[in-house]
Design a protein around this ligand. Structure first.
Ligand code: ADP
Ligand code: MG
Length: 632
């Protein structure tokens, strides 16, 4: 078979995506390879296809049990014999799997890194011939990455013991230079084919909003996206509880996930989401690592996350199937404070107060097989780095330029400054002269008898009479009430603009306060300040929600599809998935169902034209779907 035939027969796809072919070719030529591609780009196929063409077995090193399970389920569905070896198996099951591997029953075997050097595994591999070792999530080998796994360092040791050298291939979505160099060096890749594809995800629409009432905003959003799968990320466990409770109270099919829940409940909730029994997952950042659910239509960040790396990774869980999906970030000033609090607490360990524990940042939940302690002392340098990253994240929420351009530039890519598919590109801006407001704000900071946070300064120039202003005597500040005609939100915007532009300084720490810096003088001397601001939006058109809903019915972008038919195919898929005990998207992806609605196949040949329907899948489900289409 050729690689194209494998692609079609087992996976049902007609063509490779950008980058895939180069990597597959590299491996088939016997060269080591390193593929760096964004989430959802299709890295798995890059090693799965060669694995089916190479003579021996392919070992895939993967960091998470859930990830291995997902992949092995999908492979078996596609008619490929695969298995995993990790701590979720009983001793008996493990022995059986090893025996089957030796007997040559599997083409692909997923294995946890900590298994590699165990005597039982080493003994077993002596009796098989390994063609390739593939390292998935390869950034785990680097201490520069976010998810360092010391066990990944055992991989090279393992290869050295084999006595022969299989092809080594490595894949990750982390693009920084440090991580790439670590992977090359620590896996000792020989003259490798290295490929980095663009990091853009054109099917994702990026939106930033600063609503006064986040819950209300979410409810409005959900109303427009009924029936779709989505994730809502919150910064703290407490917020997860609150948001989830409110959604459930209002009858939404929501569930929750954070590190404070018992293992059992976490597992149940995660499965409810993966199997489409509950469409909305409210979670901390503990959720998502290794979740390959392809039909996530939106990711809402209820709070701003700590840095752009986390944001893009979490937001990137939307739209893995390539269909249009949305990433909405809801910003509030408090998010900065919470994140700063987390950074200050980094590495301090042993929290005692219940409140702090509850507010704790969740680490991703690794399934470790042997003890691994996180390093206790995170140096001040690390904290400094985190603060810098937090700033860049905050700027993302305030920039008026193309959000996609901002993200890509953060990851070192330069390109067009207009994507036409983010809230900034879709908003009209106008340049406003804010010289006078800037002068008031900076003047107010200068004349205050001590340093205050942003709220006090904004309230002062706005002329608020709240208790704090009176108590601090800020109502006697010469700039008190000098901008009373401006709305508070706009004053905040200008203040943020001044911070971003470096005309004022905001201190770090739990209670950040404003201070003058070397550039503040320019403002006090009357320098003209122009700021891009949102042009007065026309009043919310009536029936906007309805229209949005109608628009959404055309899943898949421009083409209109028959929603009724789509729903019908979807329930057939759910029925099959339940019977086979696999997640629905493993049977067929949303994209495949959309394609079926468009092509409306009536025969086997036509059905095989549908993207995602290969011969194996056809033999299992083809007729059931043909039947459903015929009745339609
Ligand atoms: P990654 O590991 O890079 O995040 P995956 O390997 O999980 O991404 O693939 C994401 C999705 O893209 C999967 O649903 C997969 O079936 C699909 N996919 C991969 N390659 C192709 C292709 N050539 N054509 C269509 N879909 C593809
Ligand atoms: Mg992957």
């Amino acid at each position: 078979m050729t690689k194209e035939e494998v692609l079609k027969k087992y996976f049902g796809y007609d063509s490779f995506r950008p980058g895939q072919e180069t990597l597959v070719n590299g491996i088939l030529e016997g060269r080591d390879t390193l593929g760096i591609m964004p989430t959802g780009a299709g890295k798995s196929l890059c090693y799965q296809i060669p694995a089916l063409l190479l003579p021996g077995i392919t070992l895939v090193i993967s960091p998470l049990i859930s990830l291995m399970k997902d992949q092995v389920t999908a492979l078996n569905q596609a008619g490929v014999h695969a298995a995993y070896l990790n701590s979720s198996l009983t001793a008996g099951q493990y022995q059986t799997a090893l025996r089957n591997m030796i007997r040559g029953q599997y083409k692909i075997v997923y294995v946890a890194p900590e298994r590699l050097l165990t005597p039982a595994f080493l003994q077993a591999v002596e009796q098989i011939s390994i063609s390739m070792i593939s390292v998935d999530e390869a950034h785990c080998i680097s201490q520069w990455g976010q998810d360092f796994r010391p066990d990944y360092l055992k991989i090279l040791d393992f290869v050295d013991r084999l006595g022969y050298r299989p092809v080594l291939s490595a894949f990750t979505a982390t693009a920084t230079r440090e991580v790439r160099e670590d992977i090359l060096a620590l896996l000792d890749l020989k003259n490798p084919v290295c490929l980095t594809t663009g990091f853009d995800r054109p099917n994702l629409k990026f939106i930033v909003r600063q609503p006064g009432d986040k819950m209300k905003e979410v409810l409005e959003y959900l109303e427009e996206h009924e029936g779709e799968c989505g994730i809502i990320y919150c910064l703290t466990r407490k917020t997860v509880e609150e948001v989830c409770e409110e959604l459930v109270r209002r009858g939404y099919p929501a569930t929750r996930y954070h590190a404070g829940l018992a293992d059992r409940e976490r597992k149940i909730n995660q499965d409810d989401f993966i199997f489409d029994r509950r469409q909305i997952m409210v979670a901390t950042n503990a959720f998502g690592m290794g979740i390959d659910k392809s039909n996530v239509r939106y990711v809402i960040h209820y709070n701003m996350p700590k840095n752009m790396e986390s944001y893009y990774q979490e937001a990137g869980r939307a739209g893995r199937d390539g269909l249009p999906s949305e990433c909405l970030l809801l910003y509030a000033g408090q998010d900065v404070v919470t994140n700063q609090f987390f950074i200050d607490k980094m590495g301090s360990g042993g929290e005692t107060s219940g409140q702090i524990l509850y507010g704790r940042e969740d680490p991703p939940i690794w399934e470790y097989e042997d003890g691994f302690q996180e390093e206790e002392d995170l140096s001040e340098l690390l904290k400094e780095r985190e603060r810098e990253r937090l700033k860049k994240m905050t700027f993302y929420c305030f920039t008026n330029e193309c959000l996609r351009a901002y993200i890509l530039r953060y990851f070192g890519e330069y390109g067009s400054n207009y994507c036409g598919n983010c809230s900034n590109c879709l908003t009209q801006f106008e340049e406003k002269d804010v010289t006078r407001i800037a002068e008031s704000l900076v003047g107010c900071v200068k004349m205050a008898r001590r340093s205050y946070g942003m709220t006090v300064i904004v309230d002062t120039v706005h002329g608020s009479k709240n208790a704090k202003i009176v108590k601090t005597g800020m109502d006697r500040n010469p700039y008190y009430s000098t901008c009373s005609e401006e709305p508070v939100y706009f004053l905040r915007q200008v203040l943020n603009f001044l911070l971003v532009q470096g005309y004022l300084h905001l201190t770090d720490g739990e209670y950040p306060v404003l201070e003058l810096n070397e550039r503040s003088r320019e403002i006090l001397e009357g320098k003209q300040i122009l700021m891009k601001a949102v042009k007065e939006a026309p009043k919310k058109a009536e029936g906007k929600a309805k229209k949005a809903k109608e628009k959404r019915l055309s899943i898949g972008g421009a083409e209109d599809i028959d929603r009724g038919l789509f729903e019908k195919l979807r329930s057939l898929r759910l029925e099959i998935a339940k019977k086979e005990k696999v997640p629905p998207y493993v049977v067929f992806s949303d994209k495949t169902l959309v394609h079926m609605c468009l092509l409306h196949p009536g025969t086997k040949e036509e059905m095989l034209q549908v993207s995602g329907v290969g011969e194996i899948k056809y033999s299992k489900y083809g007729e059931a779907f043909l039947e459903a289409l015929k009745e339609a």
